[in-house]
Write a protein that binds this ligand. Structure first.
Ligand code: DCP
Ligand code: CA
Ligand code: CA
Length: 345
């Protein structure tokens, strides 16, 4: 299993977007608006972490620690669009993918070490952002590997190393063990995961319930979860891919879009959906994302061809943009059920 986690995500995005702030403390803030500085720190770059700024800290306190720091408002929409680009990239390299937060993914692939390296490189090439990749046999192991290797790291854990890392970990470091469970375990004399090993299965189940109790017992004896929960984004289907080289040539761009459209339509077909909106995505050489959409009054299915619309949207974009195109994508949204819809036609 692979675990991919972006490094100091929001702050790194701001570093890339504002190269003039290079080497400065950059903190992304969630301003509450009550007073000029009320609110908390969302995240901060390593320069800021080095002076003690942390996620969740009041902005006022953080400013005291970094007099000349740059404090920017969070631009969630923009971070989300970059997250989507990364998501598309991971999906095109892996057999199964679970997005677990705005900047984290679990994934399965044939050759995970090689795939992990490739994903790391592709993310860097298309967004200029670094991430950390962990490879292990379980979800927990992969996540712990990436946590340990941060930032800009790559860590592969074989079975034995994975077990050791988990065993020696304080229980509160394990995802799924909150403060309450931690206290209860501490009372039982359990400080690290390996301490769970001496405990009776039935006592654990009695104390923590069937599900958690059994999970804790398994954790102690080295049985870890390796399931992937594939959550396909319900509201849309999209595909993003890189052009062989940056270009403005219509023929080359069109060829790639048509290929991606075909792939996205496959998903549409499997999920038995019609769509009302077609969107073309263009990522230019400066890593900016642009979109062009067309909505249809009647939902379309996988059989309808969009070649005319694609050509038109592509020309509209290229006529107004002088930069070269680096990546392109196709998105179907405004989805409606095929079954419910057929009666309408
Ligand atoms: N985030 C937030 N509030 C928090 C934690 C995180 O707003 N309490 C946001 C900002 C982060 C993003 O979510 O950039 C991802 O969260 P992570 O916990 O992965 O933190 P970072 O990516 O910032 O740091 P790291 O490099 O340690 O993963
Ligand atoms: Ca992160
Ligand atoms: Ca994260």
């Amino acid at each position: 299993m692979l675990h991919i986690d972006m490094d100091y995500f929001f702050a790194q995005i701001e570093e890339i977007r504002n190269p003039e702030y290079k080497n400065k403390i950059i903190a992304v803030c969630i301003f509450s608006g009550r007073t000029e500085d009320s609110g908390v720190i969302s995240t901060v770059n390593y320069e800021g972490r080095n002076v003690g700024i942390k996620s969740g800290m009041p902005i006022v306190n953080a400013k005291k620690l970094a007099k000349s720091g740059i404090f920017l408002p969070a631009d969630h929409k923009y971070y989300e669009s970059i997250s989507q680009t990364i998501d598309g990239l991971i999906r095109s390299n892996c057999t199964k993918v679970e997005k677990s937060s705005i900047d984290e993914w679990y994934a399965l692939a044939e050759d995970e070490v090689e795939t992990g390296k490739r994903i790391k490189l592709e993310i860097l090439n298309s967004t200029n952002l670094t991430c950390t990749v962990g490879v292990a046999h379980s979800r927990l192991g992969a996540k712990m590997a990436s946590d340990k290797a941060k930032p800009n790291g790559f860590l592969i854990l074989g079975k034995e190393k994975e077990r050791n890392l988990i065993d020696n970990s304080p229980v509160e470091k394990i995802i799924g063990i909150g403060p309450k469970t931690k206290d209860e375990l501490n009372e039982l004399g359990v400080k690290t995961v390996s301490d769970l090993r001496g405990l009776n299965q039935f006592i654990l189940i009695e104390k923590f319930g069937k599900k958690t109790g059994a999970w804790l017992y398994n954790l102690g004896i080295g049985i870890y979860d390796s399931e992937i929960e594939e959550r396909i984004e319900k509201g849309e289907f999209s595909r993003i891919g890189s052009l062989k080289e940056n270009t403005r040539e219509k023929g080359k761009i069109l060829e790639k879009i048509v290929e991606l459209e075909r792939e996205a339509k496959e998903e549409l077909k499997y999920s038995k959906k019609f769509y009302k909106t077609l969107t073309l995505i263009f990522i230019t050489e400066d890593i900016k994302m642009h979109t062009k959409s067309r909505s249809f009054s009647k939902p379309r299915g996988e059989k309808e061809t969009n070649l005319d619309e694609i050509k038109k949207l592509m020309s509209e974009f290229l006529d107004n943009e002088r930069k070269e195109v680096r990546r392109v994508g196709v998105k179907f949204s405004g989805l409606v059920e095929m079954d419910g819809q057929t009666t309408l036609f």
